[in-house]
Design a protein around this ligand. Structure first.
Ligand code: ADP
Ligand code: ZN
Ligand code: ZN
Length: 739
């Protein structure tokens, strides 16, 4: 064959001419940075490859966005990149597209957006792992010389003849040991070779469950859906069998040789959940969460990218995992706040999941017993298909709910005296009680009985929480820790009182009241890591009488069949919250906590303690359930022009000088003179001062995302003129938390 040498030369020349790389680097600056690519690397440098460069005198890993021959910087001023780190593009085009979308939509620097999307090992410039596997096969040796008495060798040769080739695990399965293998290798009867891994095999274990009508209806719709993007809100009460529906959809998708991505909340990735998927499909899962080692994450990442791992399951950031052959996305507990990142790139994994599903034209399932108002709105307006499962699966029944009016009631450490016998009865039946109180520590306030002094955090606009066991007080906003004072710093009185109740105080009281009953406190102080909480809850599951006292860590996903009485200790806190989303969150939390009760075959009861038993929305929640409650709030939001009917952005500014913060934001509003959106503020954040910084914000509200982007861009355009290094500035698109 003739080689076209001139053509080759031409190509090389083009490559040399086009040797400027626009590189995304970890920098808050918005643009990319230009570097020259060395002649050696130029023919191979392509978008999506990593490039090691000198950035502010530090070796830094960047991603090539574009190869071009022009730069706004004079050529002689450009630095030459140090090394090209990849032989092939690290990221597939769809992920590059997703990252670019996120960078634009959330107004975050492209370089930093890439950083968040990459596994940390790759971010640090480490090479991809070699995942090739070793296999063994027969050589061409046509007359193998195996003596008749070497039974093991004969058997091994036979197996290899039958299967063609075997890997280490398969050899083991066939009972072939190392010695046999080496003997055959020595005689050149077999040979060893290395090959890219093949997709993991999946076995479909029978579920042993007969689907009920609700589940069948969902799955029929899933199977009959039209081709293409298919977003679904699966609204199903706790215990209605949503997970079983997920499993069936996963099975269908895997049978089509496609991969599945499952997102779970930060503390929802329990061994229970993982175990259920592993048992059903008999295949290792590619798991992404904070406890997974860097190396393991990289391995899973590559296996997802190369189509090796069939099931990818992880928390928020797993949404950026490249997946060669994605066929289905499932988002469990879709109402959970942890899907929204609260710093740097403030993305919502749920929204990005929909963007991704749309790109791939595949279904995305958002499941919850208490859907977010956004998702309810999307299903009402027919953007999402709505699947409803109102009954619990199997034998378990819905819990009964009582409201207990605590006005004028005798109280003991937050619990009404009248309720103590009900706790006792439950325990006497060998059942368990769950006390929910969303406040850790002993008490939230230390007050001087003589002069009224209150122990405040020196750095925040907040009170110090007393932690009795540690004899320390802690600020739950900035983490500051001090010895709990034994005398008032103002009047020297020693009559200091702990006011209010946290988990620690309630636990001590319960231990005194029910001395022969094990009490478990479950909050961030007692069960720090995810593994710990799983261990505790697993052990409680198999016990008789017990009392669980915990924060919202208890509201998530755990199946506690022997809990038959749930008490919501302090409902008023949630009913009276300041954020426009407080009530929605309250409804979700209460419904989820109550959902823990009576999930076995025993009927459960939930009791809500409140000073406001007549509260309209509380009544709605109790009598008509979460959906009616939520629809009510939704129509209120419509009237007020709040999300999801209008689109919000929050401009945040933190400064140590309060006046300065207000002035800068006021100037910004004046100089942008926005007329496409409503601009509200500056107003102080829910917590007005944190860690010495005063926190002010401006809300931008618009009827379309386009109008909002227009206004946000106007703010960004003048940002550099007004914001100094001593300030902290951020933009939150579709904010979830205004605190
Ligand atoms: P959810 O995810 O909605 O909370 P699960 O899928 O965990 O509910 O189901 C709750 C319990 O009911 C599980 O123990 C599950 O095995 C069981 N279950 C699910 N579907 C059925 C069914 N059709 N018949 C009997 N039991 C079922
Ligand atoms: Zn005092
Ligand atoms: Zn503080």
């Amino acid at each position: 064959m003739m080689h076209d040498a001139s053509n080759f030369e031409q190509k090389t020349k083009n490559a040399q001419k086009k040797c400027i790389a626009k590189v995304a680097l970890p920098s808050p600056l918005r643009s990319s940075f230009d570097y020259l690519v060395s002649d050696k690397d130029a023919p191979f440098a392509k978008p999506g490859h990593r490039l090691l460069v000198d950035f502010n005198n530090r070796k830094t890993v960047g991603i090539i966005l574009l190869i071009t021959d022009t730069s706004e910087v004079p050529r002689e001023k450009l630095k030459t990149a140090l090394a090209l780190l990849d032989q092939s593009p690290l990221l597939p085009e769809d992920i590059i597209g997703l990252i670019e979308f996120a960078s634009t939509y959330y107004q975050h620097a492209i370089g930093e957006t890439y950083q968040i999307a990459l596994p940390s090992a790759l971010r640090k410039g480490k090479p991809l792992l070699n995942l090739n596997e070793t296999r063994w096969q027969l050589t061409d040796n046509s007359s193998p010389d195996i003596p008749k008495r070497a039974k093991a060798q004969l058997k091994a040769a036979d197996a290899l003849k039958n299967f063609g080739s075997l890997n280490e695990a398969q050899l083991k399965q066939q009972g072939i040991n190392k010695n046999t293998l080496n003997a055959l290798l020595e005689k050149a009867i077999i040979e060893q070779y290395s090959t890219p891994p093949t997709p993991q095999s999946v076995t479909f274990a029978p579920s042993g469950i007969k689907l009920d009508d609700q589940q069948t209806a969902c799955l029929e719709d899933f199977h009959q859906r039209p081709k293409g993007y298919y977003p679904v809100l699966l609204e199903g009460v706790t215990g209605s069998g949503k997970t079983e529906v997920y499993l069936q959809m996963v099975e269908t998708t895997l049978k089509q040789k496609k991969q599945v991505l499952i997102l779970v909340p930060e503390i929802g990735l329990t061994p229970q959940t993982l175990g259920r998927f592993e048992r059903r499909f008999q295949t290792p899962l590619a798991v992404f969460h904070s406890d997974i080692s860097e190396k393991k994450k990289l391995e899973y990442w590559q296996k997802a990218k190369d189509g090796i791992a069939p099931i990818i399951i992880g928390t928020r950031s797993a949404i950026f995992t490249p997946i060669q052959n994605l066929g289905l996305i499932i988002i469990d507990e879709e109402h959970d706040l942890s899907y929204k990142q609260q710093d740097t790139l403030r993305y919502n994994a749920k929204d990005l999941a929909c963007v991704r599903a749309q790109h791939h034209q595949i279904p995305v399932i958002l499941g919850s017993a208490t859907p977010s108002l956004e998702s309810l709105y999307n299903s009402e307006s027919k953007k999402f298909t709505h699947w409803l499962m109102e009954k619990r699966a199997g034998q378990s029944q819905k819990a009964a709910i009582d409201i207990f009016d605590i006005k004028q009631a005798a109280m003991h450490e937050g619990i009404a005296e009248e309720l103590l016998p009900r706790i006792d009865d439950t325990l006497k039946r060998g059942e368990q009680v769950l006390l929910f109180i969303n406040r850790r520590g002993f008490a939230p306030t230390l007050i001087c009985h003589d002069c009224g002094w209150i122990h405040h955090c020196h750095a925040c606009d907040a009170r110090m929480t007393i932690h009795r066991q540690a004899a320390k007080s802690q600020c739950h906003h900035c983490g500051a820790i001090e010895w709990t004072p034994i005398a008032c710093p103002e009047c020297k009185s020693t009559s200091l009182e702990s006011v209010g109740v946290g988990t620690e105080r309630l636990t001590l009281f319960m231990q005194q009241q029910f001395q022969d009953t094990p009490c478990y406190r479950i909050d961030r102080d007692t069960t720090g890591s995810k593994g710990q909480i799983d261990e505790v809850l697993e052990s409680i599951k198999n016990q008789q009488r017990a009392i669980l006292i915990g924060t919202q860590m208890l509201a998530k996903g755990h199946h506690l069949p022997n809990v038959t009485l749930v008490i919501i200790v302090d409902a008023d806190h949630g009913l009276m919250g300041a954020d426009f989303r407080s009530l929605e969150r309250f409804g979700q939390l209460v419904t989820q906590v109550i959902g823990r009760a009576g999930r076995g075959d025993k009927k459960g009861t939930a009791i809500i303690q409140t000073h406001y038993p007549e509260h309209e929305q509380l009544q709605k929640l109790i009598h008509f359930g979460y959906r009616r409650f939520a629809m009510d709030i939704l129509s209120e939001r419509k009237q007020l022009g709040l999300p999801p009917f209008q689109h919000l952005a929050l401009i945040r500014l933190e400064a140590q000088d309060q006046q300065e913060a207000i002035q800068i934001l006021t100037d910004m509003i004046q100089q942008t003179a926005p007329h496409y959106s409503q601009v509200i503020g500056p107003f102080s954040a829910g917590l007005a001062r944190r860690a010495h910084f005063f926190r002010f914000q401006v809300a931008i509200k618009a009827t379309s995302r386009g109008a909002r982007a227009h206004t946000v861009n106007a703010f960004l355009a003048i940002k550099d003129k007004l914001i100094k290094a001593r300030h902290r500035f951020s933009i939150d698109i579709d904010p979830q938390d205004m605190a």
